[in-house]
Design a protein around this ligand. Structure first.
Ligand SMILES: NC(=O)c1ccc[n+]([C@@H]2O[C@H](COP(=O)([O-])OP(=O)(O)OC[C@H]3O[C@@H](n4cnc5c(N)ncnc54)[C@H](O)[C@@H]3O)[C@@H](O)[C@H]2O)c1
Length: 443
């Protein structure tokens, strides 16, 4: 089966979820583009999820997103539809492309539909038992021997291969959130993953214009291997600081330092809220028993979940409250688990900022520097200045940067990442950092 034949029949499990919907969008457009080049073939994508309500949300999302994508690539589409005399204006072409993509997608709640597929993308929640149940019904004993690309964030691929009887034909295809925007895909081969499967995955990523970083098949891979440990450093700093200041002030301080002083797109607790405290807990629960001695566990995360404070996003994409409270996307408070309520920032922000001290001059904001060609020089100057000011903000930031670097180096020495560039690439393209953790700033 060649590339386009293989793509003729695809299924996405968990199609209406955060990751699944983006995967459906990207793969359906790739299928439509392939179909337009080989008009004699029929392409079908089974978009499987649990209810018609969530699937109709998926279709709405696809319609909007395909329209935007078509408008962006209108010049190429004019060529593709050159022999269609009926398509005159750009709007005719956009409409036709939306129809062609949506015609490929078959939303369904019938899991059995996926058993017809040559390729199954799996983007169900991060729960091994659920994933195994889905594979048992669609892939394990299927005589078609479909290939399985799982979007798991943390579960080792070879463990899935063994437990789901998918030897040779399962691979980690780890998109970042949201898949249509984030450039990074971590590809994870299990020990048994065949060359054919791996070659196909690489070719597909290239067609999707993704940046591929291979990760070893170690729980959490590179991305969460770094993120979970980085989060645990933030949690440990909060616990240390909370001995001498109120808990909410400690959370605010560490969050601010990990954003403004480290020149990152968001602070560590805002990132945990964005990903979902529940998701962080699940990922650690997968990683911890599989990485003896790594101690990837947080009593604070467990406490927040027990209190029902979980972050994540609302259906409209807005941020749910978690460690931090949000109003119109801005942080307005910090949760106090003892009082079981949010404390407004206005009560303590000024005092905390004074304690942290000013940012060294010239200050560098993430959004100004991230696309600046001169960012290395600007960051070097900024972090150099950070080393010479003796404020508590600088001290916390230098320790944080050093820990992040140490985590990155360990991922390389443990063989999870091939080299420092791969670790840095994951943080640059998957987490939008302006610089990789393995750098000279904190060395
Ligand atoms: N959210 C992220 O930032 C992110 C990033 C990378 C990878 N991932 C991974 O992607 C996977 C999906 O995560 P998500 O954030 O999209 O979750 P999600 O909860 O947004 O989506 C999961 C989808 O699966 C559906 N589902 C549940 N049970 C099902 C079943 N029995 N059959 C079919 N569909 C079912 C749900 O209805 C939901 O639409 C997880 O493995 C996660 O670890 C998530």
């Amino acid at each position: 089966m060649d590339y386009s034949e293989r793509l003729e029949n695809v299924a996405v499990l968990g199609a209406a979820g955060k990751m699944g919907s983006g995967i459906v969008l990207l793969v359906a457009m790739e299928m439509a583009d392939t179909a337009l080049r080989s008009p004699s073939r029929r392409f079908v994508l089974h978009a499987v999820d649990v209810s018609h309500a969530v699937l109709s949300g998926l279709v709405k999302y696809l319609r909007e997103q395909v329209q935007k994508a078509a408008e962006k690539k209108i010049v190429a589409l004019r060529k593709v539809y050159a022999d269609r005399a009926d398509l005159i204006d750009n709007s005719d072409i956009v409409r036709q492309y939306v129809t062609d993509v949506l015609d490929i997608v078959r939303p369904t709640t019938m899991l059995e539909a996926a058993a017809e597929a040559n390729i199954i993308f799996e983007a169900a929640p991060e729960n091994l038992d659920l994933k195994l149940k889905l594979f048992a019904k669609t892939a394990s004993d299927n005589p078609r021997q479909p290939w399985v690309f799982t979007n798991t964030s943390s579960i080792p691929i070879e463990e899935i291969a063994g437990k789901a009887r998918l030897d040779g034909r399962v691979m980690g295809f780890h998109f970042y959130n949201p898949p249509a925007v984030q450039k990074l895909v971590e590809l994870i081969r299990g020990r048994s993953t065949s060359d054919e499967v791996a070659t196909f995955a690489t070719t597909l990523c290239k067609s999707l214009r993704k940046v591929v970083v291979p990760s070893a098949d170690v729980a959490g891979f590179i991305g969460n291997g770094h993120f979970m440990r980085d989060l645990l450093h933030g949690v440990a700093e909060v616990e240390r600081l909370a001995a001498t200041m109120p808990f909410v002030e400690a959370v605010y301080s560490v969050n601010r330092v990990s954003q403004d002083f480290l020149v990152r797109p968001m602070g560590i607790f805002q990132l945990a809220d964005y990903v979902g405290i529940d998701v962080c807990q699940l990922i650690m629960a997968v990683m911890n028993p599989r990485l003896p001695g790594a101690n990837l566990h947080s009593a604070l995360v467990d406490r927040f979940m027990a209190l029902g404070v979980g972050g994540g996003q609302n259906h409209d994409g807005s941020q749910k409250d978690g460690f931090l409270q949000y109003a119109k996307g801005k942080i307005v408070g910090v949760y106090d688990p003892n009082a079981k309520k949010y404390v407004p920032l206005s009560d303590f922000q000024a005092a905390c900022d004074a304690r942290l001290g000013p940012l060294p001059e010239p200050a560098v904001a993430w959004k100004d520097v991230v696309r600046d060609k001169a960012k290395d020089a600007r960051l070097s100057q900024f972090f150099g200045a950070l080393k010479s000011v003796k404020t508590s903000g600088a001290e916390l930031a230098l320790a944080y940067g050093a820990r992040s670097r140490e985590i990155g180096l360990k991922l390389v020495s443990d063989g999870v990442a091939r080299n420092a560039d791969d670790v840095n690439q994951v943080l640059l393209t998957g987490f939008f950092h302006a610089y990789g953790p393995i750098n000279a700033y904190f060395g």
